[in-house]
Design a protein around this ligand. Structure first.
Ligand code: FAD
Ligand code: NAI
Length: 471
């Protein structure tokens, strides 16, 4: 057999963490390989996550708006029909364009793309079962694990991606189900509930907690989101747990009861979406062969420099600690290469934004009120509703508000929480402010163009240490 090819760094997994790291490593002049078993680069995010879900969210929103929100704008439309096949095709085209783009970037930056499933043979060598058949073996001075995450299964319900689905099935349904039950009112649950409800499905979201949005979302904002999404037609059962599922017939039956015990009922639906969270994925990687430490929640254990207990083997993205977000994975990927090449790197985990792409969008960065209270930090609150913002008024899209939380003593911004159209774009300003340690007064004294939604952001900042002008 020929000698294994030598690399400075090997990335296992070609998702956002792996592909971004590989490009960065190529740019740094490191001899780099990236192993991906899916047959496509981009991982969950590009293939079955962020990108396809946003395509469907955007186009289902347009459809819903044309159906229900044009008359008052002076637009009379004729016969409006859903062409689901074409909507799915548009989604697939966006995905294909982006994954091909990553392949091009690999070539441009001299990264070897190895299509196959990687597994550790020893601490420096990785065997790859190639997608096209056969096997190869490569050797790395440094190896970065970036194998991502998978849906947490719901006990007792077998996923078939037709009747009982994960988000992967939810972005590929061939017809609009008459009824859909979503288990879990977190980000995936609410984004997918929005898509299918807008396209005509009767959607019920069952959430264990008393609040939607999953961990991190500020309670005030979550309450508003709940109200607005309910007005759009999504039904909610909060504080409710699913106790049993039966998918043996054409209709899936779910027994649910109050989380605290008590009232029971059976829900029926053509399709049930399991969206109770995701867990790290590193199956078949052979971590046990080399003794890499994994914790009780399947996260691969790392130190501040992303090193496992075997220091030249590092981990970034969903398969280790922290929020399971593409942009978090991307920041870590750049930092890990900087550690490998230069010995220093940095990610500010206190300034990672979160966005839920419903309509209106929900976006936040930094701490929420509950977290500040729990930490015993004294803070001021400033908020501004979009009903008082001129651009939102002209857009006839005034649901939501901006809320600032800043330190009671120093006025330093501790958190920004937005619900409103374009919140996902607007949060970038909050993230920058947080990253630079700005005060709410710094933001309020920065000139914002008129008329823009961003003026609501400025006025909420103003309301934190003084008074808003327009409310
Ligand atoms: P992944 O993207 O999961 O990539 C890991 C890759 O490794 C996979 O392609 C896998 O095939 C490969 N792999 C695994 N094992 C091996 C092996 N042994 N050999 C070779 N290859 C292997 N995040 C956001 O920030 N914004 C969003 O809008 C957003 N929307 C989402 C919507 C949905 C429906 C889902 C499910 C997720 C969404 N996320 C979003 C989360 C985001 O997709 C993840 O945080 C991100 O993909 C993590 O990147 P990663 O590279 O760590 O892992
Ligand atoms: P999540 O953790 O956001 O939400 C899961 C929800 O399910 C929680 O509210 C939880 O209380 C609830 N739950 C758990 N067990 C339950 C049960 N037995 N019955 C009823 N409810 C139950 O997880 P989700 O939505 O699956 O998303 C997974 C990850 O994907 C998230 O970490 C998120 O960061 C990422 N993602 C990000 C997106 C974005 O940035 N826009 C979009 C989609 C996913």
């Amino acid at each position: 057999a020929s000698e294994a090819k030598d690399y400075d760094v090997i990335f296992i997994g070609g998702g956002v963490a792996g592909y971004v790291g590989a490009i960065k490593a190529g740019q740094e002049g490191l001899k780099t390989a990236c192993i991906e078993k899916r047959g496509m680069l981009g991982g969950t995010c590009l293939n079955v996550g962020c990108i396809p879900s946003k395509s469907l969210l955007n186009n289902s929103h347009l459809y819903h708006q044309i159906l229900h929100d044009t008359k008052k704008r002076g637009i009379d439309v004729g016969d409006v029909k859903l062409n689901l096949k074409q909507m799915m095709k548009a989604k697939d085209e966006s995905v294909a364009g982006l994954t091909k783009g990553v392949e091009f970037l690999f070539k441009k930056n001299g990264v070897d793309y190895i299509k196959g499933a990687g597994a550790f043979v020893n601490e420096h060598e990785v065997a790859v079962n190639l997608v096209d058949g056969g096997q190869t073996q490569i050797k790395g001075k440094n190896i970065v694990i970036a194998t991502g995450s998978e849906t947490t299964p719901f006990p007792g319900l077998t996923i078939d991606e037709k009747k009982v689905i994960t988000s992967t099935g939810a972005i590929a349904l061939e017809q609009v189900p008459k009824r859909m039950v979503v288990i879990g009112g977190g980000i995936i649950g609410l984004e997918m509930a929005s898509v299918w409800s807008r396209l005509g499905s009767d959607v019920t979201v069952v959430e264990f907690l008393g609040q939607i949005g999953g961990p991190g979302m500020d309670a005030d904002i979550a309450k508003q989101a709940h109200k607005i999404l309910a007005k759009q037609g999504i039904k909610f059962k909060l504080g409710t747990k699913v106790t049993k599922g039966d998918a043996s017939g054409d209709i899936v039956k779910l027994d649910v009861e109050a989380a605290k015990g008590g009232k029971q009922e059976t829900l029926e639906a053509e399709v049930v979406l399991c969206a109770i969270g995701r867990r790290p994925y590193h199956e078949g990687l052979g971590l046990e062969n080399i003794g890499v430490e994994v914790d009780e929640r399947k996260r691969i254990v790392i130190d501040q420099e992303y090193r496992t207990n075997i220091p030249h083997i590092r981990v970034v993205g969903d398969c280790t600690f922290g929020p399971m977000l593409a942009h978090k994975a991307e920041e870590e990927a750049v930092a890990v290469v900087e550690f490998i090449k230069h010995g220093t790197g940095h990610v500010n985990y206190g300034a990672i934004p979160s966005v839920m792409y419903t309509h209106p969008e929900v976006a936040w960065v930094g701490q929420n009120e509950k977290e500040l209270k729990d930490a015993g930090i004294k803070y001021n609150v400033g908020s501004f509703p979009f009903t008082a913002n001129s651009r939102a008024k002209t857009n006839l899209d005034t649901d939501g508000m901006v809320k600032f939380l800043s330190d009671a003593e120093t006025d330093r911004i501790l958190g920004v929480h937005i619900i409103g159209a374009n919140a996902g774009e607007m949060i970038a300003e909050g993230t920058l402010a947080l990253e630079y340690g700005a005060s709410s007064e710094d933001v309020a004294r920065t000139c914002h163009a008129h008329p823009t939604l961003a003026e609501a952001f400025k006025e909420a900042a103003m309301a934190t240490y003084s008074k808003a002008i327009h409310f």
